[in-house]
Design a protein around this ligand. Structure first.
Ligand SMILES: Cc1cc2nc3c(=O)[nH]c(=O)nc-3n(C[C@H](O)[C@H](O)[C@H](O)COP(=O)(O)O)c2cc1C
Length: 531
């Protein structure tokens, strides 16, 4: 007989897997979503806590010369002193606004972290003690103003700095319906990658705090406080990250957890983002409940690549990163660029349970076709056994730097990939379009929370691909819209062991000249002094 805990676990795992099945886009119909959208009634992209005291953060990225190589651990960076300026830089370069776009009467902000549909369901909190210029306690980050609102004034047991992320599912579900939970989790992964990159710029290290449960994180951030949220959309606690501002000190395997020891004084009332929600998608609450759990360790840095990093200023690349909306179909990506991108991405891949497939359309010296990059060489036999038996799995001498990269089939797959990615031309006009294949295997049955983790890892890989593409004069686009089982069918995958969770196109961007761009935070003073 099953004991209760095991029964719960099995039921939760089944619920997660059923959600994944239910939210697949299929050839004969997309996952359930709204039938109409009233763009004027879009939920506010900004959470605010009215009445909470605000600390404006300085804009200091102009004065930071860290090279791009630092983002992949390829050049040492002296750690910045932790204070309001360096914390300002960390947030500006990870979750802050990067540009304001204008087209006719429309105006919208873009951020350093990408987000499906630019809807930005991810919120960030800063937990701090002893950071010069920042009151001790728990703050909510306001990207619109680049400021922190003090949600809870309290005393923490020890000095330190943490960032926590939460999701507001409705912001995403408003447009994407039931599939939105997946996008929120991919967005968390991108945000984790963005925070890790910004930390590297400052000579710091971001590390996920393992062992903390969703309830504990919710209480730390005050997300369970009914009186502060009222009718306003709830936030789901996702992950806590410790920011190590002296990573070279070494011998610090234990990752500190913030412990409130003072009397907490809460302030601020959450704003209502959507006064008239037109739809309800209860399956999102259901999968969220089923996949809530205790956070496991998750590597955010990845292996240091062996190839030379592109020469560029890291803050500039982070701020100018954009999702391409169109690609120059005839552009040929140099082999050295593609090799570097594979090398860098595999450094992230190696830390997780995801594999990359690449539909190569236009890369110098590489035959058009389908390729695979398993996370580890040892994974190849498993992947190979699961996929179509006629795939050839040949070595690719042109990409000798990444020996795990194999050619599976030659051919022009542009038309096919475009159809697989919801008929989006970006998937066909790119130089290469990647498919991220997650190993569900027993992972979710053992711990349903890992459904989130697999999406976070996909977002982390996506963030690395975005930055590498940008630094080499190319661009990327995350692709959340794809026909799940059609991809599995093309690859010969049956069963649920391997599931496509994300796609990514990469090539030379064509810019839409009708859209103009102005710098973020107009009118705000930018400090140019060095940190
Ligand atoms: C998880 C995720 C899924 C996305 N899916 C698509 C997609 O299917 N098609 C597309 O054109 N862009 C897609 N994007 C790109 C977003 O539309 C883009 O990030 C957003 O508009 C913000 O623009 P920016 O990346 O230039 O900051 C996706 C981005 C993310 C993070």
């Amino acid at each position: 007989m099953l004991d209760v805990a095991e029964g719960n676990l099995r039921e939760r795992a089944e619920r997660v897997l059923a959600y994944h099945q239910q939210t697949k886009h299929r050839q004969d119909g997309y996952a359930a979503g709204p039938e109409t959208l009233d763009w004027d009634a879009q939920p506010s992209p900004y959470r605010q806590f009215a009445g909470a005291p605000v600390t404006l953060l300085p804009l200091v990225s102009d004065g930071i010369d860290t090279p791009f190589a630092a983002l992949t651990g390829q050049c040492p960076v002296a750690p910045a002193a932790p204070d309001i300026r360096s914390l300002g830089a960390l947030l500006e370069l990870s979750l802050g606004l990067a540009a304001i776009k204008e087209y006719g009467p429309d105006r919208w902000a873009l951020r350093c972290n990408p987000s499906s549909g630019n809807l930005h369901p991810t919120e960030a909190y800063v937990v701090a003690r002893g950071i010069g210029g920042i009151p001790d306690g728990v703050h909510h980050y306001r990207p619109a103003e680049h400021g922190l609102e003090l949600r809870c004034s309290t005393i923490l047991e020890k000095p330190g700095l943490w960032i926590a992320l939460s999701s507001i599912f409705w912001r995403e579900a408003w447009k994407y319906g039931e599939r939105a939970f997946r996008y929120c989790q991919l967005d968390v992964g991108h945000a984790l990658g963005a925070i890790a990159a910004a930390c590297a710029v400052l000579g710091w290290q971001a590390r996920v705090v393992p062992g903390i449960g969703a309830d504990a994180l919710e209480r730390l951030l005050g997300l369970e406080r009914e009186r502060d949220f009222g009718r306003s959309e709830k936030e789901e606690a996702e992950v806590l990250i410790h920011i190590d501002t002296e990573p070279a000190r070494g011998g610090r395997d234990d990752i500190p957890v913030p412990l409130c020891v003072g009397e907490p004084r809460w302030s601020g009332i959450a704003n209502l983002l959507d006064p008239r929600p037109m739809y309800r998608w209860p399956v999102i609450e259901s999968v969220a409940g089923a996949s809530r759990g205790t956070i496991e360790s998750l590597d955010l840095a990845g292996r240091v690549p062996a190839s030379a990093a592109p020469v560029a200023r890291a803050p500039q690349i982070i701020l100018q990163r954009r999702s391409a909306q169109r690609y120059a179909r005839d552009h040929v990506m140099p082999a050295s660029v593609f090799s570097r991108i594979l090398d860098s991405a595999s450094g992230v891949l190696e830390q997780g349970e995801l594999h990359l497939l690449a539909f190569v359309h236009n890369v110098e010296g590489l035959e058009q076709g389908l390729y695979a990059l398993p996370a580890h060489t040892a994974d190849e036999p498993r992947l190979r056994a699961a996929m179509d038996g006629s795939l050839v799995w040949e070595d690719v001498p042109e990409m000798a730097l990444v020996p795990a990269f194999k050619r599976l089939a030659a051919g022009d797959f542009r038309k096919l990939v475009r159809a697989l990615c919801c008929h989006q031309p970006i998937a066909a006009d790119s130089c290469a379009t990647f498919c991220m294949l997650a190993e569900f295997g027993d992972a979710i049955a053992v711990e349903p929370w890992r459904y989130r983790k697999l999406h976070w890892q996909a977002g982390l890989i996506g963030q690395r691909l975005y930055l590498e593409a940008e630094a080499s004069g190319h661009a990327g686009t995350g692709i959340g819209c794809f026909l799940d089982d059609e991809i599995h069918r093309v690859l010969g995958l049956t069963g649920e062991t391997f599931q496509a969770v994300y796609h990514f196109a990469m090539g030379r961007a064509l810019t839409d000249e009708r859209i103009s761009s102005v710098p973020a935070y107009p009118g705000r003073f930018r400090l140019e002094a060095r940190l």
